[in-house]
Design a protein around this ligand. Sequence first.
Ligand SMILES: Cc1cc2nc3c(=O)[nH]c(=O)nc-3n(C[C@H](O)[C@H](O)[C@H](O)COP(=O)(O)OP(=O)(O)OC[C@H]3O[C@@H](n4cnc5c(N)ncnc54)[C@H](O)[C@@H]3O)c2cc1C
Length: 386
Amino acid sequence: MTTVLETEEQQALREAVASFGKRFGRDYMMAKATAGEYPRELHEEAAKLGYVGVSLPEEYGGGGAGIYESSLVLEELGAAGAPLLMMIVSPAITGTVISRFGTEAQKREWLPGLADGSRIMAFGITEPDAGSNSHRITTTARRDGDDWLLTGRKVFVSGVDIADATLIVGRTEDARTGKLKPCLFIVPRDAPGFSRHPIDMELHAAERQFELVLDDVRLPAESLVGDEDAGLLQLFAGLNPERIMTAAFALGMGRYALGKAVEYARERTVWKQPIGAHQAIAHPLAVARIELDLAQLMMQKAARLNDAGDDLGAGEAANMAKYAAAEACVKAVDQAVHTLGGNGLTREFGLASLITGARVARIAPVSREMILNFVSHQTLGLPKSY
Ligand SMILES: Cc1cc2nc3c(=O)[nH]c(=O)nc-3n(C[C@H](O)[C@H](O)[C@H](O)COP(=O)(O)OP(=O)(O)OC[C@H]3O[C@@H](n4cnc5c(N)ncnc54)[C@H](O)[C@@H]3O)c2cc1C
């Protein structure tokens, strides 16, 4: 898609990932989803080729590049029909947080595995009674000798079953001022008191979402990532990559759907010309392309700011990119399904399930409305209603 905006290495990476992704494609992903299995071969092979851990530091087995490269990988996998949702969570959020704020021991324990695909880490912040208002999270950590005891509930956490551990956002017990004072803990999958229940989602996807219960989960002191008092900063270090990567996920899906629709519209003929000759079909597809390209530009801006260390600037751009990409994706998928007529709803053409898939990017990790709130308040300086 892009040329002059990217270095030769980035373009080469884009091409290599695109052809790698096509080897798997949407049929592979759908077969995995139907079997209820994680696309492990895809994850592991992508990791071996250096794609999964491209943004992680070189000294811990990563590629030493940035979130720009990581988002490029996820976008191209998605455009090939084979996105790895866990790339958002595992290397981009948890890998970034550990790289930037983890202890030397945490880096050595986790980063090489996240990079080479042998380990995966999930990320849990959402709570049933807090939702979009993460200031209300009540998962609480209290000290017990040198250990921590973590208690609370989480919902919609992706991939906990296939992750070796989950990075849980809690708060310290004395921090009940109403202000978010998060702290981050690595909770191993099988820690006593840590239980998970799959949520029955209407998504045909290979990753599952879970409700989590943490009932006095005992964690050694070294499970805390970073500084107890700098939690918010640490959390933001992971949230900008999360939004940028979600934009990449949405862009990939939108590009995949648009590609299928264009292919179909070029061939399908029910009057004299292929249906793509009718402007009622062609123009919405052209709009979809324009909106996807615009969203891609904002994602690239956000990734560059992030990789340059401008967390504040990246915060605004990452929110805008996530918004733009999700909206472009939802519209592209909707138009793609419509372009295929009845075939848009058949399993054979495989587009209908993207309708719910596309909505994920509008809701998670931060909903469309919360981004509009952010831009209203932070960018435009308008007053808050809540
Ligand atoms: C497929 C999937 C995967 C996910 N994976 C993860 C994960 O790995 N880890 C994790 O922690 N979470 C995960 N989530 C959770 C996701 O981040 C939340 O669903 C999201 O933050 C929204 O929270 P909520 O569902 O509680 O909605 P709510 O907060 O209840 O919001 C419901 C609606 O109200 C609107 N709303 C709320 N407040 C306002 C306001 N002030 N102004 C205007 N509108 C408002 C919202 O925009 C939304 O439309 C996942 C969700 C999905 C669907």
